[in-house]
Write a protein that binds this ligand. Structure first.
Ligand SMILES: [Zn+2]
Length: 164
């Protein structure tokens, strides 16, 4: 059977799947709501005066359920990172290479996030970073991090532990 013209249009056989986006849960809804408004929030336990991330219903140290949400400084340093040259999902193939890192916020908690930089060669363990947000849907803005003061300045200003 012959194909009609509409069946032979140059539509890709396998269109790129949509980018996966986080789905807020009861524990994370406040976090994602704040991120959508451009604020990075983390949980704080007044009973033991410590922050925690990721969001949970109770303090993982004293088990108190009286935890509160507080704005985070949004500042920290790269604890570790990797540059992905092979996309972990087809939707990211157009974005390689891209960086993913474990960011240690000044509040002491660590969070996994994307790191944006005009030159990924400027990234370094210990480099200071600040939060920024990437809107990926009408409901989700992803906290991302960028080098504080711009790529070049930050690369020269790492605060790695002194091993001397
Ligand atoms: Zn606690």
């Amino acid at each position: 059977m012959a194909l009609t013209a509409s069946e032979t249009d140059d539509k890709p056989m396998n269109p790129t799947p949509a980018r996966p986006v986080p789905i807020p849960t009861a524990e994370t809804a406040h976090y994602w709501g704040a991120a959508l408004e451009g604020t990075l929030k983390i949980q704080y336990c007044p009973a033991c005066a410590r922050h925690q991330f990721y969001p949970r219903r109770f303090c993982t140290d004293c088990l108190s359920e009286e935890i509160v949400w507080v704005p985070a400084s949004g500042s920290g340093r790269i604890y570790t990172y990797t540059v992905c040259h092979v996309a972990g999902h087809p939707a990211f193939e157009a974005h390689v290479p891209y960086a993913i890192g474990l960011i240690e916020l000044d509040e002491g908690v660590r969070m996994l996030a994307g790191i944006v930089a005009s030159d990924l060669g400027h990234l370094a363990v210990g480099a200071r970073v600040e939060v920024c947000f990437e809107r990926v849907s009408s409901e989700i803005a992803l906290p991302m991090f960028r080098l504080t003061g711009g790529d070049r300045v930050a690369a020269d200003r790492t605060d790695r532990p002194d091993h001397t």
